[in-house]
Design a binder for this molecule. Sequence first.
Ligand SMILES: [Zn+2]
Length: 329
Amino acid sequence: MPPSSHRANPLSPFLIFMVLLALAASVRAAPPYPPVTVNVQAEHLIGHSYYVPGLAGAASTANQGFMSNAGFVVTPAGVVVFDTLGSPSLAAAMVERIRAITDAPIRRVIVSHYHADHYYGAQVFKEAGAEIWAHEAARGVLGSEAARERYAQRVEILGDWINPATQRFPSPDLWLSGDTDFELGGVRFLIRHVGPAHSPEDLVMFVEPDRVLFAGDLIFKGRVPFVGDADSKRWLAALDRLIALQPKLLVPGHGGASEEPVEDLTLTRDYLLFLRERMGRAVEDMVPFDEAYDAVDWGRYQSMPAFQEANRRNAYNTYILMERESLGQ
Ligand SMILES: [Zn+2]
């Protein structure tokens, strides 16, 4: 060190103080994500497990994109998060809720599937130091045309919170190729790949000591599910595996947590079986779809929420699927 560097500068402590003050002010003045005003709350389920219940309905300015659930599990060695909500702003609110409960580091995020309402908050957890885990069947999704279209749609509806200045799409740190079990802080987690069902990459998470199942969109509680172009045969197989876990509590992707998980799993399973049985028979007898649809007695499901919106399309998609299956495709 040259002797000159030992010369005291009377201003330096003051300068350091000013720099720190400026830094602190800049942190306060520019929060990284525009805040949401919807009520993002953490509800304790049992033991280590919590969930953040989303609001009802499709993405809208009114719900600020807060329409899916997320969950988290607190262990002495860190926090495991399941799904990240529908925007960075919502995820930032969720991190605040976690911070109110524990100072433990957020270690890992499991993304159930790559639908906008479940993964748009991922970057916030990554910034907080977490690793993102997802199933490799989602590899192509992030850069796909469908993902670009969905993003444009989200910017249009939720531009205050989702726009090019706020939204990033980090790649997962780890692509899972199948079922993966791990332990953190003495808590055992079973990650199950149950796709292709609701999506090819569907993952669910079972917290073994709590017997809590975070089920993503595989289960629709108390309502007719949206089957979309799902492969209902695989979906049924997945539901049987989840029933075998005998969960005590189940957190679906949408709607409240269920204290009768096996009943809810069975309802979804019976509905899919019913669709396949009725539409399969129509295909076999070469009855055109409209005629087949009108001939079915939908009485068991008619009074359930989402029947009007979803049932006919579900039946039609199942009809097409059964046609394909009958041709051995
Ligand atoms: Zn979904």
